[in-house]
Design a protein around this ligand. Structure first.
Ligand SMILES: *[C@@H]1O[C@H](CO)[C@@H](O)[C@H](O)[C@H]1NC(C)=O
Ligand SMILES: *[C@@H]1O[C@H](CO)[C@@H](O)[C@H](O)[C@H]1NC(C)=O
Ligand SMILES: *[C@@H]1O[C@H](CO)[C@@H](O)[C@H](O)[C@H]1NC(C)=O
Ligand SMILES: *[C@@H]1O[C@H](CO)[C@@H](O)[C@H](O)[C@H]1NC(C)=O
Ligand SMILES: *[C@@H]1O[C@H](CO)[C@@H](O)[C@H](O)[C@H]1NC(C)=O
Length: 425
């Protein structure tokens, strides 16, 4: 709970725009909500949680790295390093250094007067929370929403939800609506999904009380037992009341950051923002990305998968040949067969990487922001924040990218805006 306070100490700014003279029916506005690094998270577990986030969405398409595989991989590496195993052919551990490995970000959300710490996820569309319908041992240290203590909660009779991931992890439960406030802006009848079952990885992640999905509402999993009855996301509900129908994700390399709704802070990036239309047919913030560059040299990614902007994923997952091409330029880098991930000597100089967003914008990630975690206690082997998607058929651009680029999600004209952040020392 000490950690909850952290959030309250951060100013929640709700700027009311359109002040006096205009006969505004709706007061349009913007607001921000801090995205805080979960500092209470036990050292060493961040990497795994990061990987869980990676899996959160795509595993249902099949073929993607399964949660269990990644958990096992990080766990195995950790144990090996703890036992003093040499990192010879790529065994070692992801002993997460919080600064380098800012994997878990939470933001405070008020639901019917109860505050929960939720993970904002532009790669899914369900707002689900730990609830008191869960067995006490599943709740553990989580804050769980108690519908009976909310005077504004309304049960949605017969409605249920189930998010499941390819390896069987996920959450399921009942559905209602309640007053949900984020950054001072309230939606009176927001669909809130109350978990009565959650998978182990969520139970173990004791500081995340649920997710706020920010992808397109068509991905929402609420159903009546026979057919889908997709509920609107919080963003879809507030969009019409915002100055601009946008939210931005701004994650700093130090692990803190902010989500801003309704405005784009042009002091956060240099030059003009590039706008790219999204292909929302699958419900993601998706766009073509068929080129990449390494140290400024541009290559085609033949047979490229489309890419999505996903705040719920920690890494930048590119088509496998792209990852191979990148790490071929890193001295000593190797694909660890056991891990299925690229590792390299921490002393190696990493080239800059850029990936295409649409046809004309290249989103650059400076080489010094690419390391995700050290692998061993001595900090000699590193695990990259850019990894291959193992043929998943989708490139998933997560936090590795949001550290270097300010990204705006525009629900009005269905586009994404990219602005390059100023370099950090
Ligand atoms: C590490 O040590 C533990 C406990 O001694 C042992 O169970 C495990 O097999 C060892 N793992 C490796 C990879 O050596
Ligand atoms: C690493 O792998 C290569 C190829 O599989 C093998 O020849 C070499 O002996 C291994 N080195 C170590 C230190 O295990
Ligand atoms: C979408 O809206 C933004 C402003 O909010 C504008 O700058 C951009 O050009 C538009 N993009 C598309 C693809 O229409
Ligand atoms: C849009 O995305 C869908 C699903 O990923 C894909 O099948 C389709 O080809 C894409 N459309 C365009 C115009 O790229
Ligand atoms: C490894 O890096 C971490 C974080 O930067 C630091 O706290 C730790 O002392 C380093 N370990 C060694 C052996 O240098």
């Amino acid at each position: 709970m000490a950690y909850l306070r952290l959030f309250f100490m951060v100013t929640l700014l709700a700027a009311i725009v359109l002040a006096a003279p205009r006969p505004a029916r709706v007061q349009k506005r913007s607001f921000r909500v801090p995205r805080s690094l979960n500092r209470a998270h036990p050292r060493g577990l961040n990497g795994r949680d990061a990987m869980r986030k990676v899996l959160t969405k795509y595993s249902s398409n099949g073929g993607f790295i399964s949660n269990h595989k990644v958990s096992a991989m990080l766990e195995g590496l950790r144990t090996a390093a703890a036992n003093g195993t040499k990192s010879g052919n790529g065994t070692g551990t992801v002993a997460a250094n919080p600064e380098q490995n800012a994997a878990l970000f939470l933001s405070p959300v008020d639901i019917g007067g109860q505050t929960l710490n939720l993970d904002f996820d532009s790669g899914s569309s369900d707002l689900w929370v730990f609830s008191t319908d869960l067995p006490a041992q599943s709740i553990g240290q989580h804050s769980a929403f108690d519908a009976s203590k909310s005077t504004t909660f309304k049960k949605m009779d017969g409605a249920q939800f189930k998010i499941s991931y390819g390896d069987g992890s996920g959450a399921a439960g009942t559905v209602g609506t309640d007053k949900v406030t984020i950054g001072g802006v309230t939606v009176d009848n927001q669909a809130v999904e109350l978990a009565n079952a959650v998978s182990r990885s969520f139970i173990q992640d004791t500081n995340t009380d649920g997710l706020v999905g920010l992808a397109f509402s068509k991905l929402n999993t609420v159903n009546d037992g026979t057919k889908k009855i997709p509920q609107k996301t919080f963003f879809d509900n507030v969009m019409g009341n915002l100055d601009l129908p946008v939210f931005t994700a701004d994650l700093d390399p130090d692990g803190t950051g902010v989500y801003e709704f309704g405005k784009i802070d042009s002091t956060k990036f240099v030059g003009e923002m590039a706008w790219i239309p999204v292909n929302s047919s699958s419900g993601f913030w998706q766009f073509p990305s068929a080129k990449f560059s390494v140290n400024g040299k541009v290559f085609e990614n033949k047979g490229a998968s489309q890419a999505i902007a996903d705040t719920g994923t920690s890494l930048l997952l590119v088509d496998q040949p792209v990852a191979e091409a990148y790490y071929s330029q890193v001295q000593g880098a190797q694909l660890n067969a056991q891990v299925g991930g690229f590792i390299y000597p921490c002393a190696a100089k990493l080239p800059d990487m850029a990936v295409a967003i649409g046809d004309s914008y290249m989103a650059k990630i400076p080489g010094n922001q690419i390391t995700f975690a050290t692998v061993d206690q001595a900090n000699t082997t590193c695990f990259g924040g850019i990894q291959g998607n193992q043929g998943a058929g989708l490139q998933i651009y997560g936090d590795t990218m949001f550290k270097a680029q300010l990204v705006a999600f525009n629900g009005g004209n269905q586009s994404v805006g990219f602005g390059e952040k100023p370099p950090v020392a």
